[in-house]
Design a protein around this ligand. Sequence first.
Ligand code: PLP
Length: 390
Amino acid sequence: MIYMDNAATTRLSERAFEAMRPYMMEQYANAAGTYSFAAASSEAIEKARAQVASVIGARSSEIFFTSGGTESDNWALKGAVLASTKPKKHIIISAIEHHAILHSAQALERQGVEVTVMPVDADGLVDPAAVEAAIRPETVLISIMAANNEIGTIEPLEAIGEIAHRHGVLFHTDAVQAFGHIPLDVERMHIDLLSASAHKFHGPKGVGLLYIRKGVKLGVFMDGGAQEKKRRAGTSNVPGIVGMGAAAEQARAQMEAVIASESAVRDHLIERIEKEIPYAKLNGHRTNRLPGNVNFCFRFIEGESMLMLLDAEGICASSGSACTSGSLDPSHVLLAIGLPHEIAHGSLRLSLSEETTMEEADKVVDSLKVIIPRLRSMSPLYEDFVRHQQ
Ligand code: PLP
């Protein structure tokens, strides 16, 4: 099998798994317990808090553990609106946010909150000057992702954060795809709230975090017990949190080397596809992109058919067309960068990890060189196109 769907999820690292094991077996105490048996659990949580905080230049006390990126995103948007004392409320997001942000914003809109959706350019970049122009007296929050999950474009966080703070507006970033993969610094980037999720950087599934800058008021999203300093109720997922801490520490220590190795494989894939497969278009910013992201549109191809044929070759990849949702709509991200429907349907995302090799990359391109002409040979549109070319 060749696994190139690391943006969907990653393999748990050996180190994270070993760190978690005792907290599932011997040290199973509820971290909130008052007896000494529970102390090991609460100490392990505090160690993990420090490990994740150091990835983004935060203090441990500013980290709050959640069930993943989706919960963190919901909490940031809904909590910021809930805590705001402004009589009218307005938030700014981008058109290429993950559904955890888009649907949270739509839910707030139904409750009377005004939402501005910033367009992006053909590379998927948000324009900081346009964000500034969209700020109003009632703006509570700006939420712009650190890096896009489909096309890999890295957004200008520092410039947007500076603008947000100059206008006294909270700045949230969905860093689910960026945390542990590229350098992030909450101080330099003026970030007030940041979402991350362990399973995107070789930690376990179902655990994430929300960074909340000291002094930022945020409404409570999960009501219940007094966990996480009364800000996020629910029995702490001790093994999950420990695994996230271990994976974060590993990601931080290896970041520079992983960026170098992943981007070399990424650039090799891009170069070979552009050279050897006609009518292929690279999506996302050419240089300002995640080290592990490759995204192409192949004209006259249905993304789903391509995935099925790749799967038959043992290759796991994904496409921007939203077949999983039962809808035939192409990805909102590809439409937002200006691709027409018929081209957006033929997209392929290959997302790498540090384990991806050049040999695997070559095998994928070699397979695509067989699959794509085969699918095109069945397309009446392609036939038509070729006839007009002659
Ligand atoms: N935000 C982005 C950018 C993502 O890529 C994802 C996951 O695909 C999420 C949020 C949701 O994270 P989780 O799977 O931890 O709920």
